[in-house]
Design a protein around this ligand. Structure first.
Ligand SMILES: NC(=O)c1ccc[n+]([C@@H]2O[C@H](COP(=O)([O-])OP(=O)(O)OC[C@H]3O[C@@H](n4cnc5c(N)ncnc54)[C@H](OP(=O)(O)O)[C@@H]3O)[C@@H](O)[C@H]2O)c1
Length: 354
């Protein structure tokens, strides 16, 4: 199952709207087939592992991170494929909350005489499936809040644009996290102060940039900003509010200019409403990259599922923008799941306790 989870991890964020699932087939103590949900969502992991194993699938054990599907979607059900291939045992880490599948995949397999076990390494597998599970069970996108905090608890310096808080390893790790996310969000404060482009720039990851969102009810994003200038290449969405009182002639003109740049606008009445809209568009994972006010608002609304807290060695000083969370001062309801060193920095990962 550990191997199946590792396989699933390789395609996280690339299989929308399907989850990235891993499958390993074992016969006589040897791995005879491996599969991971293909990029774009199809074929599924099980059919690929079965194709590799071919005749060796007969009598084998299948380890799957998520319950095999049981419904006829764009492809025939994986439960049927496992039955037809003659596997004798299926071990499942996580049962699928999708009402079309939930329990049905397991029932189909059992009715065909296959031994089915569930719950092996469930917590680890759920971590990789978190975005899919959140969309299925809560009807909203899963939120990872990423913050880089200086030694003195600051996110940046007022009026100074991007301040280097962490080192190269941390910044590369952030790029990988972006590549695993369907969407990325900042507040207009950050867009104006830092002029970020929020793309993946690591070699090989350039095509994996997430959809970029800015909370910008007044549409202050400059058409000359990196975000607006690249909107035709990687989508940019300005999130506006339903409050029509802000929509004066100047606002309408700014909207027309941004639309010409390729910036879309999306109306959301609240952060929850926004996360639900993203989920209905098939976007399961959102990375929130700040700034201070946005981080605070997501935390206050209880809409953060995971926190990636980078602690750098730099000191910002008095003119700093204080972070709403700092190492040792985490909000209640989160558990530390990982703590590692990245060059001279520390990365702590916290998850919401259900
Ligand atoms: N170290 C890091 O990890 C990191 C990451 C990002 C940014 N930063 C730093 O953080 C600083 C910027 O932070 P900031 O607090 O000034 O700005 P910010 O959080 O990026 O943006 C604040 C603005 O976003 C809009 N907004 C926030 N919450 C909203 C909500 N719930 N709904 C709708 N709109 C919302 C508001 O615009 P309206 O007032 O118009 O409603 C608000 O003024 C910069 O210094 C930047 O360098 C650091």
């Amino acid at each position: 199952m550990a191997e199946a989870i590792a396989l699933a991890a390789t395609h996280i964020g690339q299989t929308s709207t399907n989850p990235s699932v891993g499958c390993v087939l074992v016969s006589d103590g040897e791995i005879v087939g491996r599969g991971v949900t293909a990029r774009s969502g199809r074929p599924h992991a099980e059919t690929q592992a079965l194709a590799e194993a071919d005749e060796k699938a007969r009598g084998a054990t299948a380890y799957v991170t998520l319950e095999p599907c049981s419904h006829h979607g764009k492809t025939p059900p994986c439960a049927s494929a496992l039955i037809a291939a003659g596997v004798s045992r299926v071990v499942i880490a996580v049962t699928d909350p999708d009402p079309r599948v939930s329990g049905n995949g397991i029932r189909m397999l059992r009715e065909a005489g296959i031994t089915v076990e569930t719950g092996l390494m469930e917590a680890a597998a759920k971590r990789g499936l978190a975005a899919y599970l959140t969309r299925q069970t809560k009807g909203r996108a899963h939120v990872t809040l990423k913050l880089a905090v200086s030694k003195d608890g600051m996110l940046g310096r007022r009026g100074e644009g991007q301040v280097r808080i962490t080192g190269t390893e941390s910044r590369e790790t952030v790029q990988h996290l972006r590549a695993e996310s369907d969407a990325i969000l900042v507040g207009i404060g950050t867009a104006l102060a830092d002029d970020p482009d929020l793309t993946c720039r690591l070699p090989g990851l350039e095509a994996r940039s997430p959809v970029r969102l800015v909370l910008d009810r007044l549409l202050l994003l400059p058409p000359t900003s990196k975000l607006a200038r690249t909107a035709h290449k990687v989508p940019v969405i300005a999130v506006i509010s339903p409050d029509e009182t802000v929509r004066d002639d100047a606002w309408l003109t700014r909207r027309a200019v941004l639309q010409d740049c390729g910036v879309e606008t999306l109306e959301a009445a609240s952060l929850l409403d926004l996360l639900q809209s993203l989920a209905s568009r098939g976007m399961s994972s959102l990375m929130v990259e700040g700034g201070a006010r946005v981080a605070e608002d997501f935390l206050k609304a209880d809409l953060v599922d995971r926190i990636w807290l980078f602690e750098g060695t730099a000191t910002v000083g008095d003119a700093g923008v204080a972070s709403p969370i700092t190492p040792g001062h985490m909000p209640a309801g989160f558990a530390l799941v990982s703590n590692e060193t990245l060059g001279e920095d520390r990365l702590e990962i916290f998850e919401r306790m259900e």
